[in-house]
Ligand binder design. Sequence first.
Ligand code: NAD
Length: 380
Amino acid sequence: MHSFEHDTGASRTVFGTGTLSRVPAELGRLGGRRALVLSTPGQRGLAQQVAAVLGDAAAGIFDGAAPHTPVEVTDVALARAGVLDADSLVSVGGGSTTGLGKALAARTGLPHLVVPTTYAGSEVTSLLGETADGEKVTRTGPEILPQVVVYDVALTTTLPWLVTVTSAVNAMAHTVEALYAPDRTAETDAMAVDGLGALAAGLRSLRRDPDDLDARGELLYGAWLAGRCLEAVGMGLHHKLCHTLGGSFGLPHAPTHTVVLPHAMAYNAPAAPEAMRAAAAALEVDDAPSGLQALVAELGGPVRLDALGFTLGDVPRAADLATARPYPNPRLVERDGIVALLTHATQGTTIQPTGTRVDAGGAVPADLATQPPHQIEENR
Ligand code: NAD
């Protein structure tokens, strides 16, 4: 079981089991004495638990966080923070709650502590996607990055199995795209390989024993590394597609990532063979795209977009949106290829092995992306 403290730039991480008890002291380090505790409606019980641990340092709870950070919700939460005279923010939950905390922190300058309970990774990024008038706009800035993240493995044991699988594959997507990002470094390669391996191993172990706390620890550890990959390098085709499907078609975030990732990997595999070899080694499969798709199916995760509400009739518009502007990706993004990819993802076509092999030791990638790094923030 991992247990450590790690500071990266302006963001401090406390990782372990039972670390919820550390939240009052960590909030105190930020100068917080009257925190507004944030959650989704479904996680109000958890928010109450955090507020109880904080005692007098909790000013109140706002449990209205919603997916894709709608600005109307942020406005209501902002008013509540004002009424309660809150001097700090504590987000407890998944990416939806963290998004609300980031939106409030960016507007108020209040210090922000996050207790993540999914594997989305948003807690360690300076990215924020907000929805206004049905359109999701993403921005980035130092004021968005939460100052402290307290990971408590014990708080993730209540995650339903399906959310566990889809959220872990969402995290895997950050690591896979980091392996072929044009701005990757030896450090991000190492984080990506380690994170992907921890996520795959954690899922397999948890499948065998749903009460395996070490497996939950591996998953959260992998999510931390994956989130740092997302923060450190530009994402490619996969994140662009999922951003489009979530933002313009209302598809659910983590399940969409889960269906699309193997197909995006299959598309990119010919142009990123070393990244795929490293991914295959970390996943412990012979071929990364088909092996991941088979793993998701074996774990009972979603494998087709039409089960998530997307239709073949939506494919042309989605392909137009996803190819409208250039972004870094190892393989040229061409509309015909994207139409085929989305058609396969919609129908759940079984991916064939691309022929990539696992080298002993699993080398890290050396192949370089060739397209210019435009609009990186939009793709995450
Ligand atoms: P989510 O926050 O909506 O949570 C998914 C579900 O899990 C919800 O129903 C929630 O109530 C439930 N849940 C959370 N913790 C639980 C627990 N401990 N026990 C039981 N149930 C629990 O979804 P998500 O996938 O974590 O986040 C998705 C959102 O985050 C999207 O809006 C996405 O755009 C955003 N995101 C942002 C970034 C970034 O860097 N800005 C990165 C990843 C995701």
